[in-house]
Structures are given as structure tokens and as C-alpha cells.
Write a protein of this length. Structure first.
Length: 195
């Protein structure tokens, strides 16, 4: 059923007209008429004003000079920390916190690379044959050579992790990690051997 529209009575219309006459606009500026459209003939005859030329500039001239970014190569301990975990996480955490005592240790400190490599191979293979799991390899932090060319201090510290991950030691080594400070810190490595 449709509802009928209610029509206003004469009385209601009169009341509404009085209210409408006394009403004040809230925003009087909105009621101002728009300016008339410009004459199309006049607009076509007037030429556009050319823009002012821009002063000479170079892209980035007001930018601050960039600070040089020096990318430091990660230390051997940082590289080892970034490599994946290949052993039990709980045992690894105890090991890196220095709570596990190494079962054997090898001190390569002061040796040359040529003398240290066969010594490391013999030590790791004999420890694996003996059933040991956690051994400590001490390399020393290396002394800084302050010559005219920059060199990395600690050749053994950089080379030993590489030797431990390549043949023949890579077959028996499960995890290499930087030692806790009580076992030598950055100058030593925990080597966790496979069964």
C-alpha cells in the first residue's frame, strides 16, 4: 500500500514563508555569482604570456655531499656466526657461552701458515679417531702490521676456518664457532666434530 503525500496547508505555507524571509545565509560568499565567462573572441586574440626562464641549475646542487660509506669486511667470527647451524641448537648455545669444556686443545699461536696446516690436520683427525666431540684451536688474534699497505692482522685467524671447512677436515668437522672469551675469544675457535 502506497502512502499518500501529505500536502501543506495554507497555514503551514504562510509559516514557512515567514521563516524563509527571516533566515540569514551561513556562508554569504558562496551566494555571490560567478564571474561571467570571458568572450571567446577576446580570449583567442590575447596571446599567452611566456614563462620566465629558470635560472641555470644542476640536479642535486643544493643536496649535502654524501658521506663516504666504508664497508668493513666481516671478521672471521662474524662470518662463522652468519653461516648456518649444523648442530643441536641447545648444545651450540652452551658451547658459545663457554659452558662446555673443550676435550682437547691445539695452540697454533706463533706458527707460520706452512707449519700450522699439517699440524691442524693431524690434530683434528686424531681427535675424531679418538671419539672426541669438542676441541679448541687457538690461533691468536694476530698482531697489526702497520706498514705502508693495509694488511689483515692474524693470517691464521683468517685461514683456519677455511681449512676446517675444506677437505680432508670438512668431512669430520660439523661446526666451527668463535670461542668464548674464557677460552680465547676472537683468537680461538671451537671445533665440534662429527661422530
Amino acid at each position: 500500500m502506497r502512502r499518500r503525500r501529505k500536502l501543506l496547508s495554507d497555514e503551514d505555507r504562510e509559516l514557512w514563508s515567514r521563516v524563509a524571509e527571516s533566515a540569514q545565509p551561513m556562508h554569504p560568499r558562496r551566494n555571490t555569482p560567478l564571474p561571467p565567462d570571458p568572450d571567446p573572441v577576446e580570449a583567442a586574440s590575447s596571446r599567452p604570456v611566456p614563462p620566465k626562464p629558470l635560472p641555470a641549475f644542476r640536479v642535486g646542487q643544493s643536496a649535502l655531499p654524501a658521506k663516504p660509506v666504508v664497508q668493513r669486511s666481516p671478521s672471521p667470527a662474524e662470518r662463522l656466526a652468519q653461516s648456518g647451524l649444523r648442530m643441536d641448537a641447545k648444545t651450540h648455545r652452551k658451547m658459545t657461552q663457554g659452558k662446555l669444556k673443550p676435550e682437547a686443545r691445539l695452540d697454533l699461536h706463533g706458527m707460520t701458515l706452512a707449519a700450522a696446516h699439517p699440524e691442524l690436520i693431524q690434530f683434528i683427525l686424531s681427535c675424531h679417531a679418538g671419539g672426541l666431540r669438542l676441541v679448541l684451536v687457538i690461533t691468536g688474534k694476530g698482531r697489526g702490521d702497520h706498514g705502508p699497505l693495509p694488511t689483515r692482522p692474524g693470517a691464521l685467524r683468517h685461514q683456519v676456518p677455511h681449512w676446517l671447512h675444506t677437505a680432508p677436515l670438512g668431512l669430520v668437522v660439523q661446526q666451527v664457532s668463535a670461542a668464548h672469551f674464557r677460552h680465547g675469544g676472537e683468537g680461538a675457535y671451537y671445533v665440534y666434530l662429527r661422530r
